[in-house]
Design a protein around this ligand. Sequence first.
Ligand SMILES: N[C@@H](CCC(=O)N[C@@H](CS)C(=O)NCC(=O)O)C(=O)O
Length: 221
Amino acid sequence: MDNPMSMRIYGFWRSLATFRVRVALKIKEMEFDEISVDILRGEQFEPAYAQVSAERVVPTFVHDGYSVFQSLAIIEYLDDVQPLPRLIPLDAKERAYARSLALVTIADAHPLVTPRVRNHLAKAFDADARAIEAWSKHWTSEGLAIYERLLARRAPAPFALGEEPGLADICIAGQVVGAHFLKLELTEFPLVGRLAERCFALPAFASSHPFEQPGYTAKPR
Ligand SMILES: N[C@@H](CCC(=O)N[C@@H](CS)C(=O)NCC(=O)O)C(=O)O
């Protein structure tokens, strides 16, 4: 039986959404274990995980036997159960700004490069590996460009909303992780690059990076 106070992520080393939740937990210094669901091998569709996730994606966060899915909902839940350090501000305008920045990647840019989309491009449209890589680079760069324009309007100080890293920084850093996978330079996105440097200087971000996870393999799969 689960330890009733346990915190567990079903995730995958490579997953950007899992990265977001890992960072949030680590900023809050909440202890958790991570169970790997290899989404490149299709483990998300196996019956054992189908019981956990109706959506067949990672991450799923299980706390005290209670399951939460969708990284934004998980991070909001974490702020609710352990408010400090706060990842989403309380002030209505700042809260909306943090969520807006988060959704640029969560709702708009990241979904376009997930395995299910890349697989569908191959299966339904005969896209080859080169075409799929070009697709992924395009949408990842678009996400970075949006962040660059947003950060130019309101300069980071030193993090996206102020002195402490929070939801927005986690999401921008996740978009940058996507660029790392695709070996995209950040020279066109200097504000994003500098923000990411400040984030990855912090252990919570650095140790959550996919390249630091036990399952990491440099070989493309
Ligand atoms: N919006 C979701 C995204 C979940 C998602 O798409 N996760 C990816 C990994 S980053 C996944 O499990 N993909 C499986 C697939 O595409 O088949 C969140 O933020 O949690």
